[in-house]
Design a protein around this ligand. Sequence first.
Ligand code: ATP
Ligand code: MG
Length: 370
Amino acid sequence: MENPFVFGEPVLGEHFINREKELKKLKNYLENQRNVIIYSPRRYGKTSLVRRALAELNELKAEYCCLFIDCYAVISERELAKKLSEQVLMHYPEKEFFEAVKRLFHGLSPKLTIKSIPEVQVEVDYNYEDDWHESFDLPKRLAEDKEMPVIVVFDEFQELGRFKNLLKVLRATFQNHQCVSYVFIGSRRHMMEWIFQSQESPFYNFGAHITLKEIPKPEFPGYIRYAFEESGILFDEKAIEEMLKLTKCHPHFTQRVCFELWYTGRRNGCVKKGDPERVLKEVISDLEDSFISVWDSLSPNQRKALLGIAKDGRDLFSGNFLRENDFKSPASVQSALRKLIERDIVSRSVKQYNVSDVFMEYWLKFRFLS
Ligand SMILES: Nc1ncnc2c1ncn2[C@@H]1O[C@H](COP(=O)(O)OP(=O)(O)OP(=O)(O)O)[C@@H](O)[C@H]1O
Ligand SMILES: [Mg+2]
């Protein structure tokens, strides 16, 4: 029997829980051809949400051409142009590729490689060094050619911020694309804030914002109980409560702990109180090497700040926090914090700072604070 829980990759179909409000908002924006910026810390379900929205928009019939670019995999501007071109061409049947290239590339003749095994894939390259710039205009040309609105998703968009001038070129091109909605997904808050909220950035105010939070607590128990019951496992109500308290309803961490608990349930026929904590400790022990390598890379002040946040992430500049965590001044907390945030080890919510990785927070507590 297959484990019904999924972690570490976008969730689709029956594995996707809730997000009703965000889905509705996102689909409304896209139906009205607005650009959207989606931010959350790592593994809150951004990619899953966007994929779900695109699937729902095209559920009855294909009404939108959707392009999806993973910017983590982009190593140069030219590479981005290639990926965009390839995604555009995939909206045509193989026998129309050459005709489509003639129409879309306006006089350019990029190099085209078509692979048919195991499925049709197309590779685009450029004959002249500067030709690739023109590919950034392709979403608009696709919309005109197909007479259909186009949605272009840039996942992990903040990664493009490292290429000098690229954001400027993209913005100048995209702002003329009337029939195209752009969705920018990002997980590095300070980079996303800089790109979309700082006045010096070319993408300042370029779209509506959606911030993803945890999945609301009442949504989980029904889904979890049902998934376990389908496998003939009884998940005690108190144990569900215990687990959600431990995982803080974080989508990825909850799925990960459920994934492991499912094996306990298969062995014992049920999951009872105490099982979630035991399983959590096992998961943390499996992940310990990665936490140690992060820990080893931190300066003494960064370590102190991280431990202080694992204990209590409110009032980081109070006399109490400085005393308890052995800091000489608020400025030294500030500079440690800046580095931790830059590296996404710590994230900020409205009321407090948090260790971004819930499992790492437990590791810090078990290892240094208990
Ligand atoms: N709506 C959801 N329902 C159930 N599980 C979810 C949902 N959203 C996210 N998850 C869980 O979180 C994991 C990560 O989801 P996803 O890859 O969509 O997040 P992300 O925010 O795009 O992550 P990353 O920051 O790594 O790009 C999934 O594998 C799944 O375990
Ligand atoms: Mg993602």
